[in-house]
Design a protein around this ligand. Structure first.
Ligand code: SF4
Ligand code: SF4
Length: 240
């Protein structure tokens, strides 16, 4: 066993980054390879793609202990912890930073490949272990002697056995309609209304009964949805 690497995974988990995957760059599915090529990412120069994320509320607690010391505390904390993992536990291999950044990378497809998540009617992935309460935090390419693997094992989508689908009935905009694609425009239009009940939360996501023990606390929900609302306002214009 690589004790330094195991210590590194413990370090990540203590800081809330309890989801990890070390993927083999050379055997990534062709559609994913094409997307990297389209973004001019030199995938062929590296042997591993490292994906890190968080499941459940531990990350938020760790961030609170660290402090919200920048305007973008989630990304700052995530990259700080990841860079410490790279230097202290992977011993500073050559890397190429993927996320967060301006690059477009197929995070959801990578998460599905790593057994982290399945597609869900909510338009975000659903994890068999953490439900809809997980997120991608950082990703990078590395030239490193890392065993291919993932923190998660393959399991069926919880949506397959969710007969009532409360996410659909909870959405006041009718955006969560499984036979069709997630209604991004309907959701955005509803959220941008001045009296919207989805300004700082997603009622459909909160209604999902899977992995309730991993549900984020309200401050974490409000943080993420508050930021995404600002992005929507900038994109569509606050007056819509
Ligand atoms: S409520 Fe059911 S169908 Fe909707 S995301 Fe959760 S598990 Fe899937
Ligand atoms: S944020 Fe609101 S409108 Fe959008 S999917 Fe969730 S419940 Fe529906």
């Amino acid at each position: 066993m690589n004790t330094r690497l195991e210590a590194g995974k413990t370090f990540l988990a203590e800081n809330g980054l309890n989801l990890w995957a070390f993927l083999d760059c050379a055997t990534l599915p062709e559609p994913i390879q094409r997307q990297f090529k389209a973004s001019n990412i030199p995938l062929e120069k590296y042997n591993r793609l490292v994906l890190l994320g968080h499941g459940g509320p531990r990350f938020w607690q760790a961030l609170a202990e660290y402090g919200h010391i920048t305007p973008n505390p989630v990304d700052y904390f995530s990259t700080t912890i990841t860079r410490r993992f790279i230097t202290d536990y992977l011993v500073s291999p050559p890397i190429y930073w993927l996320y967060p950044s301006q690059l477009i990378i197929p995070l959801q497809q990578l998460g599905e490949l790593a057994h982290w998540a399945h597609p869900s009617p909510l338009g975000v992935g659903i994890s068999p272990q953490y439900g809809v309460w997980f997120a991608y935090r950082t990703a990078f390419l590395a030239i490193a002697d890392l065993p291919v693997g993932s923190s998660e094992t393959a399991a069926p989508s919880p949506c397959h056995t969710c007969l009532d689908k409360p996410c659909q009935t909870a959405c006041p905009a009718g955006a969560v309609d499984e036979p069709h694609q997630f209604g991004l425009q309907d959701c955005a239009r509803y959220r941008l209304q001045p009296d919207s009940s989805c300004g700082d939360r997603c009622l459909a996501r909160l209604a999902c009964p899977v992995a309730a023990e991993h549900k984020y606390g309200l401050p974490q929900v409000q943080y993420h949805y508050g930021r995404s609302l600002i992005t929507l306002q900038e994109f569509y214009g606050a007056g819509e």
